[in-house]
Ligand binder design. Structure first.
Ligand SMILES: [Zn+2]
Length: 131
């Protein structure tokens, strides 16, 4: 079980104060980066904070199997155009859901995208670094 050690990480970083990372309109005011490497995912003022319940598997590296365990997350950055991202990678679509992963170190999912909705890309607040 190679992914056992990384799967525990995602549950430990959920203490982000939302008021410190977005303005009154819910737009991100900080850079949004990968938690594990310096890769920039989104620049400031590119995403909107939305409340949405979505189950994401625990973090794993691209070529590992998707863990069955995960968490239901509620806070996501919504991006409406794929070109808005500075760097992002995608996993294969499973049941019409593609997971967003770091373009450099390929850790993820840091978010998700439904192939049925080309104008919605969600980045989990708990799975990225702000600032
Ligand atoms: Zn990374």
């Amino acid at each position: 079980m190679a992914q056992a050690d990384v799967s525990t990480i995602s549950t430990t970083c959920s203490s982000v104060k939302l008021a410190e990372i977005c303005d009154d309109e819910g737009t991100n005011i900080t850079r949004i980066c990968c938690q594990r490497c310096p890769s920039l995912v989104l620049s400031p003022k590119q995403a909107k904070l939305v409340k949405k319940e979505f189950f994401l598997p625990n973090m794993f590296q691209k070529n590992d199997h998707t863990p069955l365990e995960g968490v239901t997350l509620n806070d996501f950055w919504l991006v409406t155009n794929m070109m808005t991202f500075d760097n992002v990678g995608f996993s294969k679509a499973v049941d019409k859901i593609m997971y967003l992963i770091c373009a450099d170190c390929e850790m993820g999912p840091i978010g998700w995208h439904s192939v049925d909705n080309k104008k919605a890309y969600y980045i989990a607040v708990d799975r990225v670094k702000h600032g």
